[in-house]
Write a protein that binds this ligand. Sequence first.
Ligand code: URA
Length: 209
Amino acid sequence: MQGVTVIDHPLVQHKLTIMRNKETSTASFRRLLREISTLLCYEVTRSLDLTTMRIDTPLATIDSPTLEGKKLVFASILRAGNGLLEGMLDLVPAARVAHIGIYRDHETLQPVEYYFKAPENLADRLVIVVDPMLATANSAIAAIEKLKQRGARNIRFLCLLAAPEGIERFRAAHPDVEVFTASIDSHLNEKGYIVPGLGDAGDRMYGTK
Ligand code: URA
């Protein structure tokens, strides 16, 4: 699918299966989400540009690869985005972090924004927006609109599961934003849940209902 990368690494798929299992405990789900997010982060950053810096090893002076440009920004859509954020920060500890508070009204399924805090200079940075579930895509579309209003121009979206309907709507709204996901599931049900999915990611992470 155009503009969508499915991360089919065997470890990702294995961990995802355990996460989908409704018998998996809250503690295991949270740990797996953190583990899987480091693997997803590895893939979403695979194409980052490199430059070189001159360093002295104990034996020689070399021009050695280093990431080019300003620090990355990870933008977490609260609350479930934070489950992906932790593992990503394990891998890229110097990244800056944006938090975007958006919840989905359970009646209308429309996004309601209640919080936005992002670093300066978004225009000069790659922004990786994270939310485990791309379902209706309403929250993701709204979050990225807000980031663009604040100047972001180079954006990627990372999730764990996506519904085909969500991908279609997302790509129509933001054709410039590439989507990275571990799976494209079958469909959305009438309540806006991804099927087969894994249930409500926030509830499964935090043991709420
Ligand atoms: N959000 C979730 O947490 N799960 C879904 O299936 C859809 C949206």
